[in-house]
Design a protein around this ligand. Structure first.
Ligand SMILES: Nc1ncnc2c1ncn2[C@@H]1O[C@H](COP(=O)(O)OP(=O)(O)OP(=O)(O)O)[C@@H](O)[C@H]1O
Length: 622
């Protein structure tokens, strides 16, 4: 089995790395890397640019000094006189070499300062982008693929500063060498560039091959990181052991790695073949250039001194052309990853929440009008034509089989999703017209799978948003959720870190975590309380207390309860029964218990299963 999630646009982008594209992209890349560098550290960016400019000037001066030295030494006359003549050029040569060495150190210091800052900034922009998208974006397979690619783009962003610097340095030394070489004889310059071309083409093709290979392995790479997370972390450690899954998971990991390795090896072999052909052609080209120098010297077109200068200039220009090409190819590859990053930011922008500006207060009435909802990529509606009204002061319960659409409906009511058809109105205003953060200020949600934040108890309750009443409000919420008993047993009380992986961190049981999650919802001064299977992990006493409290909580709130505990929904004022995304029954507990229908079926199943449990317990204790 292979994890594939390749999108055509990436493949097309990869295939489009050609010499022409590279020439077009390089200035863009340098501009982009400078813009990001400017954003994170202006002084270091200015310093880098200055250093590069001065390095270029030093390079040119160095070559002029070489020319001066050779001309002075190779002229006829007294040796002492020649040395005296050469002396200023030698001093200039030494001076420029020294300054360049110092500048090199400064450049690497500034680059190493900027690189990590840029990567983190790119990562931060990615996180912000993700936090601002509509929840439905995560249901799009492409979105997840692109996020993964963008993550790699963010990581390599720091490399771009080094690559950008190398590009600027190579360009500066190319210009300096080219000016000197053209001064010796113009014919040498085009010859040299032509000789470097095969290597350039080979490098660009190799970069394309490597990028495409990486792209093909994207799905596998994503699966590897997911497998790693499951194997490493404590989350599934017990199930891996009890299920004797270690061998299977390691095997799956090895198979996936082997596939990536095969892809990498094929790309490396192909790239090496291309480089070899490029190098052979480049070698022939270089021989032609050197032959041209000899010919120019032999035909008296250049002096011996100029020939010596040409040797150094040729080396400089040759090196810089090779540098330009190889760093250019690397930078273009990095640039493609960065394209993934910026492309994802654009894509995230497309999913960015663009809702209205209305700031709702605590809702008095929430109307669900002919709501239909279909998840992205699905060919069936999760909800079809649902109409119902929730009111402040009432507890409404949603019941039904697994997959009947209860959680989906609760997410639509909370404004987490916008319906694909129909409307969810908070006091007459569609959720799509409300400012999302203001709307969610009015939502207290306990989802089925709640987050176990590696934060202190206090932060787990307040979600980092304490109120003016401080810990008193936190303790009240804990008490309401039965979490006070949990907190009292913790060494540092509300300051206890709920993550065993760190020093002094504590681990809670499933039910204790659920009490904390409930405490979180009770702490929030919100007008809508949504509880999705809130008591699944609670002991009977704790569950009883929570259901008893619901009525009190509903006094100034809209309360929505999603549960499979049919016997406990008597606490609700109204029960809505969903089946395959449709409302099939609605009424009070007494009404529904009397009517034939799905509710009575569910109720009788639960009652007989509870009775069976009681019998078994009695027999066991007898
Ligand atoms: N993010 C999603 N993307 C695609 N389909 C989804 C998504 N979430 C739920 N579904 C589908 O929507 C349907 C309704 O799911 P939902 O979670 O609302 O049911 P539920 O009644 O809450 O189920 P349960 O009792 O098991 O919690 C199911 O068929 C499910 O596969």
């Amino acid at each position: 089995m292979r994890y594939i999630d390749l999108t055509g646009s990436h493949e097309a982008a990869g295939r489009s790395i050609r010499m022409r594209d590279m020439a077009r992209r390089l200035p863009q890349l340098v501009r982009r890397s400078l813009a990001l560098a400017w954003r994170v550290d202006r002084r270091a960016t200015i310093g880098l640019l200055l250093c590069q400019a001065v390095t270029g000037v030093m390079q040119a001066l160095g070559l002029v000094a070489i020319s001066g030295t050779l001309t002075a030494l190779l002229t006829s006359g007294d040796v002492y006189q020649r040395l005296l003549q050469a002396w200023p050029s030698v001093a200039l040569l030494a001076g420029t070499a020294g300054v360049r060495a110092l500048l090199g150190i400064t450049v690497s210091w500034l680059s190493s300062r900027l690189g990590p800052l840029m990567s983190r900034e790119a990562e931060q922009m990615l996180l912000t982008g993700c936090a601002e998208v509509e929840l439905c974006a995560y249901d799009e397979p492409d979105f997840n693929h692109d996020r993964e690619a963008a993550d790699r783009g963010a990581q390599v962003t720091g490399d771009l500063i080094n690559e950008g610097q190398d590009l600027i340095a190579s360009s500066a030394s190319f210009v300096a060498g080219a000016i000197v070489l053209a001064g010796v004889h113009w014919v040498l310059l085009p010859l040299l560039v032509a000789a470097s071309l095969p290597q350039a083409l080979a490098q660009v093709s190799a970069a394309r091959v490597r990028y495409l290979a990486n792209l093909r392995s994207n799905g596998d790479l994503r699966m590897l990181s997911i497998l790693r997370w499951h194997i490493y972390t404590k989350e599934a450690a017990d199930q891996i052991r009890a299920g004797t899954m270690a061998g299977f998971l390691s095997g799956r990991y090895r198979q996936t790695v082997a596939r990536i390795n095969r892809e990498d090896r094929a790309a490396a072999d192909k790239a090496a073949r291309m480089s070899l052909i490029g190098a052979l052609c480049g070698g022939v080209g270089s021989a032609v250039v050197w032959a041209a120098v000899v010919w120019l010297l032999a035909t008296g077109r250049i002096s011996v001194g100029h020939a010596g200068t040409a040797v150094f200039a040729l080396q400089t220009v040759g090196q810089s052309v090779r540098g330009l090409v190889s760093v250019g190819a690397r930078a273009v590859r990095t640039g493609l990853y960065m394209d993934d990053w910026s492309g994802f930011l654009d894509k995230a922008g497309g999913f960015r929440m663009r809702r209205g500006t209305h700031r709702p207060g605590p809702p008095k009435k929430i109307e669900i009008k002919s709501v239909t909802h279909r998840y992205a990529g699905k060919n069936q509606d999760a909800l079809s034509d649902v109409t119902l009204t929730l009111r402040q002061g009432e507890v409404t319960a949603l019941v039904g089989f697994n997959g009947s659409g209860k959680s989906t409906l609760s997410k639509l009511i909370s404004g987490l999703y916008l319906p694909t058809d129909g409307q969810v109105l908070w006091d007459g205003v569609p959720t799509g017209d409300a400012e999302p953060q203001a709307l969610w200020q009015q939502v207290a949600l306990v989802p089925q799978t709640y987050a176990r934040w590696p934060l202190t108890v206090r932060e787990n309750i307040t979600l980092g948003q304490p109120t003016a009443r401080g810990d008193a409000a936190v303790r009240e919420a804990c008490e309401a959720a039965g979490a006070d008993e949990v907190v009292d047993k913790l060494g540092a009380g509300l300051d206890t870190l709920l993550a065993r992986e760190w020093l002094n961190g504590e681990e809670l049981s499933g039910g204790q975590w659920q009490r904390i999650a409930l405490g979180r919802a009770f702490f929030r001064q919100a007008g809508l309380l949504v509880l999705d299977e809130p008591t699944a992990n609670l002991d009977p006493l704790a569950e009883y207390r929570i259901f008893q409290r619901l009525r009190g909580l509903a006094r100034d709130r809209v309360v929505l309860l999603v549960t499979h505990r049919i016997t406990s929904v008597a606490v609700a004022d109204r029960i809505v029964v969903l089946d395959e995304g449709r409302v099939v029954q609605e009424g009070t507990y007494e009404e529904l218990a009397e009517q034939p229908g799905l509710f009575r079926e569910l109720l009788s199943c639960q009652v007989s299963s509870d009775a069976r449990d009681d019998d078994e317990q009695r027999q066991a204790s007898a």
